[in-house]
Design a protein around this ligand. Sequence first.
Ligand SMILES: [Zn+2]
Length: 321
Amino acid sequence: MRSQRPRCNPRSAYDCLDDPEEATGLPGNSFLICTGQQRGSTSNPHLVGDGGPEAPLPGTRLPVRSLPLPLAAGSDALRASSRPAPGRARRAALLRALGIRLVSGEGGRLEWFGCSKETPRCFGTVVGDTPAYLYEQRWTPPCCLRALRETARYVVGVLEAAGVRYWLEGGSLLGAARHGDIIPWDYDVDLGIYLEDVGNCEQLRGAEAGSVVDERGFVWEKAVEGDFFRVQYSESNHLHVDLWPFYPRNGVMTKDTWLDHRQDVEFPEHFLQPLVPLPFAGFVAQAPNNYRRFLELKFGPGVIENPEYPNPSLLSLAGSG
Ligand SMILES: [Zn+2]
């Protein structure tokens, strides 16, 4: 993704900071921040730098803004973490004020300014399946994606060790089918599990009785919305993986709690016989076989090529640009 750094676009949604020292009181050289609104780029608009570690999303165009900002990236004073650097705090405050969560610096050096295991996640309660950042024409903050990936990898490891059959579900399967990762505007991860396997897993058995914080700080619990499980990143950070128990009935996988989502439907068990490996979020997860047909059964024809936001009646990807 490395490319020539574009000049500041004075029509961008953010003001350009052409006079670094006046604007911030910081010394230093100019440093491009890609924060959205640049046609054709697929950078996450929370990400600063040359595109950084976020994988481009084939077939999807994201509005991206570009903003040159004086980050003093070459400043020894700001690089040296071993001595006091008043500018560092001001720079961090400025970046946070701009909604920047990640700075991709020279040599691939990453600086995080977003959420962590010790803080709340970067967005509030999701209303109508539409997280607030979508209304700001932004996608999932990279810190939140990082936490979701870590939680998903951990949960899958626990399930596999316990012998719980699981598979990627819903938007998570869609992201895996498209580009082997969480779809870049998603706010959780969904897995299906066999209900009869729940008893194999100590953490899930514990969650039946109440909320359990495991030795890694993840929180296992029954979801308040219905008869499914939820694993949260931490007690502070509620980014989560949902586990949906299904059971077979006459060759059809069904369950007892249904949400008002198009993809929340019964499906033939043969999609799970066998499960197939599929790269997802930095590891290899289990997925339904013929996952294209599975996804089209749930979301409709052509969904892999033409995905939509979770609730297009509120906010539509196709209608956003
Ligand atoms: Zn975050």
